[in-house]
Ligand binder design. Structure first.
Ligand code: NAD
Length: 500
């Protein structure tokens, strides 16, 4: 059985309290690993290590080329260890082998991209700030300092890479707290950072629970920035804790993304696209297409075909390449999903398929929920307003594009949305009216670390990826260099200082 300590200041160690916790396989409830359980004393030690590495260590004096090379070494090592990561991600998070193979490949690719972003020139010349000949002005992008990163369990390796990569590319030092529900990949990543030769204290990774290890990071006065991915409810707490010292925050939170099929959509892709949007990774994606808006004329046929396909999805052992739907992360989460399904029925939605845990005895130990489709959903029902984070689709009919846009935007969330149409201009016109950080046209789930990702409204604050994402990890320093020289060219001094 695997065991992991806390990775602080270049060493693996037990928690100060000596406590540990187990990470559990959602398919069969076996223990995947035992990990040191970080508490506030450990969070404090990790932050101090990161602070010292930032203030005194060689990291901030390294050239951007040296930092880039270190990150590239990490990317290469992820690829080298891909079999290990695939095993861990399936066992720890319940992702199917088909899904996690993609994740591991994409994690290495993302880290490689972040290593290139580390080469971004931190200096930008600014034109026209002052009158010509009076000054030269430029902008320096400098690291924020110590970054605390807190991640969820649904894409354990990707999430760790998406936080560590850009934070380090911008020259910061980091303390990462992975989710207690799937912490193993992050700990293997710690070993990779260690082996790659990152200076001590630049990367610190502390497994533990939110209130015990995450909250002290968000509140710690030596932390300059918090970057968080998780639920909106916890995002609010993080922002409140960060407020005491006015830390910078990037929050990637929940969603209830609207998927609008227009009347002229190509059904051969829209149908599978709508199923992919909701059922990929058992619906445990922040940007899952959870609300499907169908024109009334298309509704019955579209739903009948979706139901047929949903019933043919194979629930099973996530290590089996034939499995489409694995378990959800925990028994607690399964029960939450089943409660939402019950609430949908109570509020008058109609169950078109699914709605329960499967009866198959081979799946009895796993946290399974059948792919579930509700019709007759009103956009104000709980199942259409709250994030369920499971394989539950709400189908909502609409009358015309205005009606679809109005209903799509009637949500506290604004993470992603989708539009399906054969007419790209028509789709683009709808896309412009949707209040969401990402809009896919005739596609879903495809993300790109070169393009900003994040939420409108209560789906988040700030952006990840692309230059905008990198800038979230930087302070912008304006430097004004006088070129006028002469006293008489500075009439503004006269407002307060006697001329002679
Ligand atoms: P969660 O909010 O319960 O936990 C996320 C992380 O926060 C975990 O590491 C947890 O230990 C920690 N945490 C919990 N309480 C804390 C506290 N008081 N202070 C500091 N840290 C605390 O979310 P989850 O169940 O792990 O993940 C699912 C959620 O994540 C969903 O809401 C989903 O939409 C969201 N998510 C968002 C994105 C995005 O990019 N917008 C991506 C993936 C997941």
């Amino acid at each position: 059985m695997r065991e992991y300590g806390l990775y602080i200041d270049g060493t693996f160690s037990p928690a100060a309290s000596g406590q540990t916790f187990d990470s559990v396989n959602p398919f069969n409830q076996s223990v995947v690993a035992t990990l040191a359980r970080a508490g506030s004393a450990d969070a404090d030690r990790a932050v101090r290590a990161a602070r010292s590495a930032f203030d005194n260590g060689p990291w901030t004096k390294m050239s951007k080329e040296e930092r880039s090379a270190l990150l590239k070494a990490v990317a290469d090592k992820i690829t080298e260890k891909k079999a290990l990561f695939e095993t861990l991600e399936v066992e720890d998070s319940g992702g199917t082998i088909k899904k996690v193979k993609e994740d591991v490949y994409l994690s290495a690719r993302a880290m490689s991209l972040f290593s290139k972003m580390a080469l971004t020139d931190p200096l930008e010349q600014l034109d026209g700030v002052s009158r010509p000949g009076f000054s030269q002005n430029y902008l320096l992008r400098e690291p924020v300092g110590v970054v605390a990163a807190v991640t969820p369990w649904n894409f354990p390796l990707k999430m760790a890479v998406w936080k560590l990569g850009p934070a380090l590319a911008a020259g910061n030092t980091v303390v990462l707290k992975p989710s207690e529900l799937a912490p193993c990949s992050a700990m293997e990543l710690a070993q990779i950072f260690h082996d790659a030769g990152f200076p001590k204290g630049v990367v610190n990774i502390i497994p533990g629970f939110g209130e015990e290890a995450g909250a002290p990071l968000a509140a710690h006065p030596m932390v300059d920035k918090v970057t968080f991915t998780g639920s909106t409810a916890v995002g609010r707490k993080i922002m409140a804790a960060a407020a005491a010292t006015l830390k910078k925050c990037t929050l990637e939170c929940g969603g209830k993304s609207a998927n609008i099929v227009l009347g002229d959509a190509d059904l051969s892709i829209a149908l599978d696209g709508a199923l992919y949007a909701i059922f990929y990774h058992q619906g445990q994606c922040c940007e899952a297409g959870t609300r499907l808006f169908l024109p009334t004329a298309m509704h019955d046929d579209f739903v009948a075909k979706m139901v047929d396909k949903a019933r043919r999805m194979k629930l099973g052992d996530p290590t089996d390449p034939a499995t489409d739907i694995g378990p959800v992360i925990s028994a607690k989460q399964r029960d939450t999903i089943l409660r939402y399904i019950e609430s949908g029925m109570k509020q008058g939605a109609m169950l078109a398929t699914g709605g329960s845990a499967p009866k198959d005895p081979a799946l009895a130990k796993g946290n399974f929920v059948e792919p579930t489709i509700f019709t007759g959903v009103r956009n104000d029902m709980t199942i259409a307003q709250e994030e369920i984070f499971g394989p539950v689709l709400s189908v909502i009919p609409y009358t015309d594009a205005d009606d679809a846009v109005r209903q799509a935007n009637a949500s506290i969330y604004g993470l992603a949305a989708g539009v399906w149409s054969r007419d790209k201009e028509k789709a683009a016109a709808v896309a412009r009216r949707l209040r969401a950080g990402t809009v896919w046209i005739n596609e879903w789930h495809l993300m790109n670390e070169k393009a900003p990702f994040g939420g409108y409204k209560q789906s988040g604050v700030g952006r990840e990826f692309g230059l905008e994402g990198l800038h979230e990890y930087s302070e912008a320093k304006h430097v004004h260099v006088d070129e006028a020289g002469l006293r008489e060219k500075r009439p503004w001094y006269d407002t307060v200082i006697p001329k002679s």
